[in-house]
Design a protein around this ligand. Structure first.
Ligand code: CS2
Ligand code: MN
Length: 356
């Protein structure tokens, strides 16, 4: 595995030179922050991003995300044009040697949390989720609240221009059920596989977060059964998964190490964080340490190790602590501790293993 941290580009409050100081972190995961979903990327822009990262002594280990335009997810006639643009973006990335691209296929909202700063017993704050709140709130109000509580940062998946028209988007998705969404995903993947094969780009779909339908919108990457169905539908190594513990782990029926083992060879990127569950649909994020939450991080990292996972991995949302003012979930301190912890688990597993 290659340990990485997410980097939000030149406007990130955490500079590359700080990331460089986290022991064991070799690269960053980033994206082009001045392009809109659907716009084709240029090789020059990718080159500039890559060079700025390499100049800081790090590697550009992958992209999170090349966002998929809603017309592709909805299956509108205009999708072919947006797919062409996506292929141009992948070509620009391939020419610059980028080999891993994360994306998601969630309608309207990316990840959903109901509180961005819930205090934990240790005095830190975390992102939290309560299904009752989601069930009782209008999506537009929900979006506005999330946006207003982000400490002034534009959070991934919550870009104001993308979500300026929440109501219209809901209307556009009204005939898209989970089967249609799945078919549209397969159509998209079949169209991009040739360019992925040409440049050896591994696509890594991000699971839906939370792993069930929210606001009546379909969700299709939620459990082992539908992930395997998705991997088999386009049975090419370049069609793979981002294994996100915090997303798949929202559903306690998901056996996280079991899913890793079932998807052997098709996990191209890993997001590792811990959650503390209180009841179904009621949870908050925790420190990465197993003892601070519900997941057995040792078993998760061990399953990645045992299956030969060799892609980029990153600590996911961390707690906000030590007075840091940051994008919710993306402060430096707790993610740095998370990286060290995961590295520690990996080293111990590697040294005590007989796997060659
Ligand atoms: C990320 C997602 O911050 C997060 O929760 O894991 O926003 C992720 O980047 C996207 O879903 C991938 O497209
Ligand atoms: Mn994730």
């Amino acid at each position: 595995m290659i340990m990485t941290l997410r980097y939000f580009g030149p406007s990130d409050s955490i500079p590359l030179k700080y990331i460089r100081q986290v022991p064991g972190v070799k690269g960053v995961i980033s994206t082009l922050y001045d392009t809109k979903p659907g716009e084709p990327w240029t090789r020059e822009a990718v080159h500039a991003l890559k060079t700025s990262i390499e100049d800081a002594g790090l590697a550009l280990s992958g992209i999170e995300s090349v966002n998929v335009h809603d017309d592709i997810k909805i299956g509108l006639p205009s999708r072919d044009e947006y797919i062409e643009n996506y292929i141009r973006s992948l070509t620009a990335l391939g020419e610059e040697g980028v080999r891993m691209v994360c994306y998601n296929f969630m309608p309207v909202f990316d990840w959903t949390r109901t509180n961005l700063a819930k205090p934990r017993p240790d005095g830190s704050t975390v992102l939290a989720y309560d299904q009752k709140v989601v069930d009782s709130i209008d999506p537009q109000v929900f979006f506005d609240q999330t946006d207003a509580n982000s400490n002034g940062f534009v959070m991934p998946g919550w870009e104001p221009d993308r979500l300026a028209h929440v109501k219209e988007l809901f209307e556009a998705y009204k005939d898209v059920d989970s089967q249609k969404l799945f078919d549209n995903l397969v159509y998209f993947l079949r169209a991009i596989m040739p360019v992925c094969n040409k440049y050896d780009i591994r696509m890594a779909i991000h699971p839906d977060d939370p792993a069930w339908p929210v606001f009546g919108l379909p969700r299709i990457i939620t459990n082992q059964e539908n992930i395997l169905k998705f991997l088999h539908a386009v049975d090419d190594v370049h069609n793979g998964l981002t294994f996100c513990t915090g997303s798949l782990g929202t559903d306690l029926n998901n056996d996280l190490p079991g899913i890793i083992r079932a998807c052997k060879g098709r996990i191209h990127f890993a997001h590792v964080r811990n959650l503390q569950h209180f009841a179904p649909g009621l949870f908050e994020e925790a420190a990465h340490l197993s003892a601070d939450g519900t997941f057995d991080m040792y078993e998760i990292v061990k399953a990645l190790y045992d299956t030969g996972f060799d892609g980029p991995i990153r600590p996911d949302h961390g707690r906000t602590l030590w007075g840091e003012v940051c994008m919710p979930g993306y402060g430096l301190y707790d993610r740095a501790m998370g990286a060290c912890y995961i590295n520690g688990l990996w080293e111990a597993i590697e040294k005590s293993s007989t796997r060659k």
